[in-house]
Design a protein around this ligand. Structure first.
Ligand code: GLN
Length: 529
């Protein structure tokens, strides 16, 4: 194991920070309470455990839903995990649950940007507040239901999935169950909080630059972003269409495989959906790591990473080596341009995707005073609706995206970013000639205090350093708990990040499961919940 040496050979400590500030400068300056313990037991279980109890008839789906609901009623106000939930609808669905199905009678929370017919879908935005009820199901919801699952609860999120802390929710922030003064990560922070606090068995999230994996790491959960195109995006409210993927946040790797089995598959309604076989992801579980080559990139072990995170990840890599893996030094030389590339491409796509929120078709609609002249009414309506409906981060992204797409700047920013994306992708293609997996920390820093980055959005963007490349390259990646660190007087979870080549979720899950089973980290539950 040569990880310790990498510290000395790391490149400039601040290159990732400076590259981002350069980007910003070159564009324009833009502007505890303790959780009451819900004395529950079913909700503390994993899906795999509950399946057995359901099949034997010891419990019913309604028992699980009632147990979860009891917990939600007790702690959701302090945690902000759910924007809404409808226990009656879930109980009604439970009456006809087919327990012979793999997920028969298992309730699953859903991020509030994935459409479930008849339920709200706020996207964490006032724009879609009480004015929008989903008229159709996302394909992922249809597939989950086909597997027997029951969608239960709309999980809190950063507005339109833009953020890393869930502080950008237009309703209330979600809180980290390990320390209520801290963020649970984002943008799928409500999903991760709910799973971490045992008020969801599992939850769907969406991941454009890290939004499944980073909150999973912050809350001590497992979170997997599948290969781009594995899971249909139909019915997921689009943020950046070339990057968005739906995936599960769960308590264990086995549960992640179980849920993933019922999310994937070709869908003619999503033109980027892949026409490929879907393996049984649970078949990857229970194997050791013999013969597996794990790549450690020097660009991932730089100064600026919290020392406790570095130590936990180094230990995890050693453990994987002791389980039979071979550790290989690799280089991903374009890691440093990942964030800057993403923060051009994602806002560009967002500015186009969010144009549909115009006050005519969906959600919020501003009043136009009678004295506004006829020829100005349309523009007035559009401007006022969008000014009122979107929060500050969404406005920032739309402005940024519109700017990089505007004539005169398109080549300098958007086209250049597309070229940079190719370089990031190529790094991985070359690396995967030598290794089967790339392992790194999921995040450079532990969960931070709510409000810590309120006036510094650029520093918050740095959170995505290790997760964004998998989105840019369309690769499957997982975060799995790999330690606890003492930080500012509290104990906080650390995530290990594993990335594989396209469509190789099986290897990601196999390695994460072998590591998980050899450690106890996934058994740790947040205090007081
Ligand atoms: N934190 C990143 C952003 O703010 C990623 C968000 C996501 O994956 N949805 O854009």
């Amino acid at each position: 194991m040569r990880l310790a040496n990498r510290r000395a050979s790391s490149s400039s400590p601040v290159w990732w920070r400076s590259s981002l500030h350069l980007l910003a400068a070159s564009l324009f300056s833009f502007s505890i309470s303790l959780i009451p313990s819900p004395s529950v037991s079913l909700s503390e279980s994993t899906i795999a455990q509950l399946r057995k109890q359901l099949k034997s008839g010891d419990i019913t789906p309604a028992d699980i839903i009632k147990d979860l609901h009891q917990g939600m009623e007790k702690v959701n106000e302090s945690l902000g995990a759910y924007i809404s939930y409808d226990v009656e609808a879930a109980l009604k669905e439970a009456e006809t649950a087919d327990l012979s199905l793999p997920l028969g009678g298992i309730p699953i929370a859903v991020k509030d940007n994935i459409n479930v017919k008849g339920q709200p879908c706020t996207c964490g935005s006032k724009f879609l507040d009480e004015n929008y009820t989903a008229p159709y199901n996302a394909t992922s919801i249809d597939l989950l239901r086909k597997g027997g699952a029951i969608p239960f609860g709309r999980a809190n999120m950063d507005e339109f999935a833009m953020g890393s802390s869930t502080e950008n929710s237009a309703f209330f922030p979600a809180r980290n169950p390990w320390d209520l003064a801290r963020v649970p990560g984002g943008s799928s922070g409500g999903s991760a909080t709910a799973v971490g606090a045992n008020i969801a068995l599992a939850a769907l999230g969406s991941d454009t630059g890290g939004s499944i994996r980073q909150p999973a790491a912050f809350c001590g959960n497992v979170g997997i972003k599948p290969t781009y195109g594995r899971v249909s995006r139909y019915g997921l409210v689009a943020f950046a269409s070339s990057l968005d993927q739906i995936g599960p946040i769960t308590k264990t790797v086995e549960d992640a495989a179980l849920v993933l089995n019922h999310l994937c598959g070709h869908d003619a309604r999503d033109s980027t959906s892949l026409k490929v076989e879907v393996p049984d992801f649970t078949s990857a579980l229970g194997q050791d790591l013999k013969g597996l080559r794990i790549g450690i990139a020097k660009e991932h072990f730089i100064d600026g990473i919290h020392p406790g995170i570095r130590e936990a990840v180094e230990k995890a890599v050693k453990q994987m080596e002791s389980l039979g893996a071979t550790i290989v030094d690799i280089s991903l030389p374009h890691t440093d341009i990942g964030i800057a590339t993403y923060y051009i491409l994602a806002p560009a796509e967002a500015s186009a995707n969010l144009a549909r929120f115009d006050g005519v078709r969906y959600g919020h609609r501003a009043e136009v005073p009678a004295d506004v002249e006829n020829d100005k009414r349309l523009l007035y309506h559009y401007q006022k609706t969008r000014s009122e409906g979107f929060g500050p981060e969404v406005k920032r992204r739309i402005l940024l995206g519109t700017y990089v797409l505007s004539s005169g700047y398109y080549d300098a920013y958007y086209v250049k970013a597309q070229k940079a994306r190719t370089l990031v992708r190529r790094d991985f293609t070359e690396a995967f000639e030598k290794v089967d997996l790339v392992v790194s920390p999921t995040t450079p820093v532990p969960p931070f205090k709510i409000g810590a980055f309120r006036d510094d959005p650029l520093s918050l963007y740095l959170e995505d350093l290790f997760t964004i490349p998998a989105n840019l390259a369309g690769l499957p990646a997982i975060s799995v708990p790999c330690g606890m660190i003492q930080h500012e007087g509290v104990e906080l979870p650390v995530g290990l990040h594993l990335t594989a080549k396209p469509l190789d979720e099986v290897t990601v899950l196999r390695a994460a499961h072998a590591y998980e089973q050899a450690t106890e980290w996934h058994k740790r539950r947040a205090p007081g919940v």
